[in-house]
Design a protein around this ligand. Sequence first.
Ligand SMILES: [Zn+2]
Length: 302
Amino acid sequence: MKRLAFAAGIALILPATAPAEAQMDIAAGAAPDHPTVTVAGKSYTPFGILRRNMGTAADQLEPFPPHRIIGNIYYVGSRTLSSFLIVTPQGNILINTIYQANVPAIAKSVAQLGFRFADIKIILGNHAHADHMEGDALAKELTGARVIVMAEDVPALAAMKPGGKRHPIDEVITDGDMVSLGGVTLTAHLTAGHTPGCTTWTTTATENGKPYDVVFGCSLRSPAVITPEIEASLNRSFKIVRALPCDVPLGDHPAEYRMVEKHARLQPGGPNPFIDKAGCTTEADIQEAMFHAILNEQAPKH
Ligand SMILES: [Zn+2]
């Protein structure tokens, strides 16, 4: 029970079912919450970013009002854990099944939007942590969808067995591979660091006859202890993410793209707040600043 050692305030925000990433990172980190970085006038600490991402246990479970983001892309996740539905004439794609406990709520959100959960043909994920991909087994049971995963995340996924269920893996892909269904193509970009197989998915969506580049970002959050391997991975990933064509930044946690704020600005006939070219590198700016600050603290002092 590593969690017993956590600061009380942190323990309260973690769900009983425990996000693997939160446990890992907090257990590895020192009790004081440092370093602090300031990006675009806002201050961030490691725990602060974790709290921003995860919210409370209730936030993680409670469905956020499902909504269309752009074109054929919809939000069907919870208040703090993203799940995206991409609708095609030949069936649908789901990115992130969240925790197994979230799957019924995702199915309900899909139905509320007027689609059938059973029409999901492909399940993808951003990275092999339970708060994003634990629900794969149950979602596959309910839909028969193919689960396609990034090679480098296979070991972590194989170890993810909610209720003893084997994690389904129907197809293993590598960096640059594409997944297509019903005229939609998603490209997998390996953006490792947060996990070895962290995958940023990109696609194009059309709205009012115009194409927009959509980026489903994987977390760029650095672990509390940065190994030389993770350092190299993150350095590569920040470069990749910054170079991606992007009009609509999305992320595996809604806070990474300020979903709540943008959703509140949605108005029939109004401009689409999710089109946010200027915001495409905001999350990378925050996480890269934190990454360098942690590295700086880790550097041997002479
Ligand atoms: Zn994670």
